[in-house]
Design a protein around this ligand. Structure first.
Ligand code: ASP
Ligand code: MG
Length: 406
């Protein structure tokens, strides 16, 4: 008998008909002789609506009342699924975050799970019951409801699976797995059977929004096996596992892209100690994340150009923040561009093989695509290019790395 945590996303519980399909999926796993614990999201669109109400009523997105409102979507779906299961003759009950409880650090709106008390769930499982836990929520140290950040029910599921020492955590969603790249853009994209935590983390943080990044981090830390699979079929999805479990590692596992990038260039900024610290220090103080950075060597030892990227949503504030320091930084001009896309090739195979970056640069050059900024990590090479080249670049790279399905 295996112990499985099943998590269903918003589209999988979008209405009562879908919730009945979820109940049938739970039953299939029970019929196979397994123990099942379920974690749910709110119905698709409901959390957005609740966020709208809370903000309109004057709640800030880091206040306990905001969380009291936006956590309710999951209470509805958890209760409804427990009812549907009961109607099928399966013993079940809903569990809210505070009832277990799921302990969090109390950072309202983006709380972290500190631990989950599982005694009640162990009792329920031992009796053959199916516990249905409302995802996305927990208890703050002050005894209030705290939510885990948007998309947080993935993290609820992974944390619960780890706490229950589950054999697998299945994340049911509206795609049937993780693909080598976006199949809506690149038709020959393939579903991956397996991907490592590290690669998944890069894919997730780079815009392949299948799993919340924090959930993948937690799975990696706890060694929790995850599977991303479709709620519409029982075909196997993509397993997210440790590197040792992948026997034949491809050099490149996937190509991700993010349109949520904007570029800022400071022209002829002083080339002296403290300049970067001042620019990036003030951006950090404003809570703006900087992603890629390049600084040129100055020809005359006096001044140089500095380019960096921020998310599109932060562009205006970033420009204001830097402009406020114009006197100190003494730059000639500030140019910004939101029409850029970051494209990244990802693969743990890069650690031991040279030439991956070269293939990327060569392929883009052959298509006449100019690279504006480059950054690398151990398992990733990213380039920033003009947004109009997104499709062309993704297709060419997908072919160049031999990822096209036959
Ligand atoms: N319902 C929450 C949200 O929309 C949590 C989740 O779906 O993961 O962000
Ligand atoms: Mg989600």
């Amino acid at each position: 008998m295996a112990r499985i945590v099943q998590k269903f996303g918003g589209t999988s519980v979008a209405d009562l008909e879908r919730i009945k399909i979820v109940a049938a999926t739970v039953k299939r796993e029970l019929d196979a002789g397994n123990q099942v614990c379920v974690v749910l999201s709110a119905m698709a669109g409901v959390t957005d609506q609740l966020v709208g109400y809370a903000l309109e009523a004057g709640g800030s997105n880091n206040s306990p009342e905001y969380d009291a409102v936006i956590a309710t979507g999951e209470q509805v779906t958890a209760g409804l699924l427990a009812l549907c299961l009961q109607k099928m003759g399966i013993a079940s009950r809903s569990w809210l975050g505070w009832q277990l409880p799921v302990h969090t650090d109390g950072m309202y709106g983006k709380a972290r799970i500190m631990g989950i008390e599982t005694a009640a769930l162990e009792d329920a499982l031992a009796k053959g019951e199916v516990p249905v836990m409302a995802g996305f929520q927990g208890l703050s140290p002050e005894g209030r409801i705290a939510t885990l950040g948007r998309g947080g029910s993935d993290t609820s599921a992974v944390a619960l699976a780890a706490a229950l020492k589950a054999d697998r955590c299945d994340i049911y969603t509206d795609v049937d797995g993780v693909y080598t790249t976006d199949p809506r853009i690149v038709a020959p994209a393939k579903k991956l059977d397996k991907i490592t935590y590290e690669e998944m983390l890069e894919m997730a943080s780079l815009g392949a929004k299948v799993l919340q990044t924090r959930a993948v981090e937690l799975a990696m830390k706890t060694g929790q096996r995850l599977q991303v699979r479709s709620s519409y079929s029982d075909a196997p999805g993509t397993l997210v596992v440790d590197e040792d479990e992948i026997v034949e590692q491809e050099l490149v596992s996937g190509i991700a892209y993010s349109r949520d990038e904007a570029k800022i260039t400071l022209i002829q900024v002083a080339d002296k100690p403290g300049v970067a610290a001042s620019i990036f220090g003030s951006l950090a103080d404003a809570g703006i994340n900087v992603d890629m950075i390049v600084q040129n060597v100055s020809a005359d030892g006096q001044a140089t150009d500095m380019t960096f990227t921020v998310s599109t949503a932060d562009l205006d504030r970033a420009v204001e923040t830097v402009a406020a320091k114009k006197a100190e930084l003494d730059y000639a001009d500030l140019v910004s561009d939101a029409n850029v896309v970051k494209i990244s090739v990802i693969g743990v195979g890069m650690r031991s093989h040279a030439g991956i970056a070269q293939t990327m640069f060569q392929t883009l050059a052959e298509k006449g695509i100019n690279i504006q900024v480059i950054s690398t990590s151990e398992i990733k090479v990213s380039v920033l290019v003009a947004e109009e080249y997104t499709e062309l670049a993704l297709r060419a790279l997908h072919t160049a790395y031999g990822l096209d399905a036959e």
